[in-house]
Design a protein around this ligand. Structure first.
Ligand code: WTA
Length: 653
């Protein structure tokens, strides 16, 4: 392991902006105190928000179900808007929006407030009430955060589907939630190419009987099919909208949203987040990580289709009345300095992106950075996948000019907010390139072996969380049993993250990627089973397997194996068709890099595909450590499968 070689970045070495001076001792004091009485700690944090009624009890823990701030009443849209428009912040910029070709929109808090109220009145006219589900399939335009806030204002539960997902993926999610209203746009642009969103929606809705009304934002100005009595233009509806809608008081444990994410089966999991504790947790953790201030200009490059966008574009920043940049487009279009140009133009002070993007921009070289003045930057963030020390150092030196702490935030859709991360807004700890450092206050993380026992320093194990925390998911939508099984059964009493990690001698956490059958492609979560069921849904395919292969930029890329049905030939043309098929079933993020045709796949006696064997063979690596075996497979069985598959693949490709 490379841990020993990693330099610790101390204050003496680093003139961080805003005089963040790392102080491990002080951080540990705060942390230790928080661990001694987490409920007291969160009670204090919760009081920083404005509640309509305070809670009777901070936590009711009926493992593995938590209820936080029981009896407390609040509204997320109120916290993100009404609270600010009562002050001078009404004229503060909330959103600087920009697209690929430089069109811009600027919205102050009072404009955002007014738009959200008007949209909420429209939704109410369509019958949306507390607890109803509102589906959202929008590109990264201001109407996307507006829709979330309008839904939250009414107490409805939003479910955002990433606008890069296919019609099938959209239909599956809409049907699972039984949403009655869907909000979309006519189209959007990516790298200058039009994406016809409404067409995708039309195809999805053929299979979604629950959707009664569709609201369409005119974004691309293209002709679309508008079905009478079902489809309405957003701008037309807003003409007769009302200016104010009373925010519905929500009990802290009423759901705010459902967001689907990939797991180890073919069916995505509907992660349900509550309102009160989710807001409290995100409000606090966001301040700790990014030290948000009134003068800050914040830019998170994620899409709101993922949890990063929900927590770190919508709810946390807006609850702090942050000024933010929203950019609809690719990082390197039309030129590789598009992002640097935006940082300079808006004077961005906090920049939050993914290791994949950093590696990609690193690939274009420093000459693109040198064209721009990035001296406004104060804090740089990373999320979504492990950041390798090389990318970390490049980011730190070339983007941050050796003056900005790198805040590597480890978290998940399920955790709702940051869990392990440096916290310059609280007390910065010395940084180590490639480590997410230490858990945030009250978070008890540990690395354990297969039996749930703590592993020694420097030994790889599974990352678990030992205690409930406010941002945690409530359950899986309509499937509490699966919630128990997936997260709380592998290590009874602890939450299983699905990640591998190592703790070093200083107690720092090093995240090492997924331990389960989930891939991270450019930071996007995709399940191997989802890919496999997409591939076998093609008439030529009998059986399929998917693995992730390390990729220099994207972290991982998708490789697949297919066993064809009788009568189908393994041609190059079929291979192309199959790649396209997977792309169409799930979406462009799921496009396999390669598909190998084989006659059989290595399996355990119980019939589970041994993906590790596939991986070792493809990467021309020895099968390696067999101490954690696939379920029910013996050492001999795995070795034999490895040898056989090696021969087979040589013969067939
Ligand atoms: C990975 C994204 C290393 C991890 C917020 C986790 C990370 C999964 C980091 C969740 C990080 C996220 N370092 N790995 N800083 N952040 N991950 O649900 O494998 O899309 O389990 O949430 O991303 O992905 P999700």
């Amino acid at each position: 392991m490379h841990l020993q070689k990693v330099k610790i970045l101390e204050s003496t070495a680093l003139p961080f902006k805003q005089k963040f001076s790392p102080n491990l001792k002080k951080y540990l004091e705060i942390y230790e105190e928080s661990i001694r009485d987490p409920e007291k700690f969160w009670d204090r944090e919760a009081r920083k928000l404005e509640w309509f009624r305070t809670w009777n009890k901070v936590l009711e823990w009926d493992p593995p179900f938590a209820r936080w701030f029981v009896g407390g009443l609040l509204n997320a849209s109120y916290l993100c808007l009404d609270r600010h428009v009562k002050t001078w912040r009404r004229s503060k910029v909330a959103i600087y929006w920009e697209d690929e070709v430089g069109n811009t929109r600027t919205l102050s808090y009072s404009q955002l407030y007014s738009e959200v109220n008007r949209l909420a009145s429209v939704l109410r006219k369509f019958g949306v009430r507390k607890g109803d589900r509102v589906a959202v399939y929008l590109p990264l335009i201001p109407e996307l955060p507006m829709t979330l806030l309008a839904s939250a204002r009414l107490g409805a539960i939003h479910t955002v589907v990433f606008s890069g997902f296919s019609s099938q993926a959209l239909a599956d999610r809409v049907n699972d939630t039984q949403a009655k209203v869907l909000i979309t746009a006519d189209g959007s642009f990516r790298r200058g190419k039009l994406l016809s969103l409404k067409k995708i929606v039309d195809a999805a809705l053929e299979k979604c009987p629950s959707v009664e009304s569709v609201i369409v934002v005119k974004r691309a100005n293209v002709d679309v099919n508008m079905q009478k009595g079902r489809d309405y233009w957003y701008h037309e509806l807003l003409k007769t909208a009302r200016d104010y809608v009373e925010p519905v008081p929500m009990e802290s444990n009423d759901p705010l949203y459902i967001l689907y994410t990939s797991g180890t089966t073919g069916k995505p999991k509907g992660i349900v987040h509550n309102t009160g504790a989710y807001m409290v947790f995100n409000h606090a953790a966001y301040k700790w990580a990014f030290n948000i201030r009134d003068e800050s200009v914040y830019w998170c490059t994620a899409d709101i289709g993922w949890v990063t966008g929900h927590s770190s574009i919508v709810y946390a920043p807006l609850s702090h009345a942050a000024t933010m940049v929203l950019y609809e487009g690719a990082p390197d279009y039309p030129t590789p300095d598009r992002w640097w140009e935006i940082i300079e133009k808006y004077g961005v002070t906090i920049f939050y992106t993914s290791p994949t993007a950093i590696r990609m921009l690193m690939g274009y070289g420093e000459k693109w950075l040198k064209k721009h003045d990035l001296s406004s930057l104060e804090i740089l963030g990373s999320v979504g996948e492990p950041i390798n020390p090389e990318a970390w150092i490049w980011y730190y030196k070339n983007v941050g000019g050796e003056k900005c702490p790198i805040v590597d935030t480890w978290w998940q859709t399920e955790t709702g907010g940051f869990m392990i991360s440096p916290a310059p807004g609280l007390v910065l700890v010395p940084l180590k390139p490639g480590s997410a450092t230490l858990p945030l206050p009250t978070i008890e993380a540990e690395v354990v072996d297969d039996h749930g026992k703590s592993v020694p320093t420097g030994v790889k194990g599974y990352l678990v969380l030992k205690k409930p925390w406010p941002g945690m998911l409530m359950t899986l939508y309509q499937d509490p049993q699966r919630y128990k099984e997936v997260y709380w059964s592998k290590f009874p009493g602890s939450y299983y993250t699905g990640d591998y990690a190592i703790r070093d001698a200083d107690g720092y956490f090093w995240l090492l990627g997924r331990a389960d059958e989930v891939l991270k492609i450019a930071g996007h979560r995709i399940g191997t089973m989802e890919l496999e069921s997409a591939l076998v849904s093609h008439p030529a395919v009998n059986e399929a397997a998917a693995i992730g292969k390390p990729h220099e930029v994207k972290g991982e890329s998708i490789l697949m194996f297919a066993i064809l049905k009788q009568g189908h030939e393994p041609t190059t043309q079929l291979k192309q068709e199959l790649k396209k098929h997977v792309r169409e079933v799930i979406g462009p993020v799921a496009t396999p890099e390669e598909i190998y045709f084989v006659h059989s796949l290595p399996k355990t006696r119980s019939g589970k595909i041994m993906r590790r064997v596939l991986k070792a063979v493809l990467m021309d690596m020895p099968i390696g450590d067999l101490s954690t075996l696939e379920d029910e497979a013996s050492v001999e069985e795995v070795k034999k499968a490895y040898e056989e598959f090696k021969k087979l693949l040589k013969g067939s490709s």
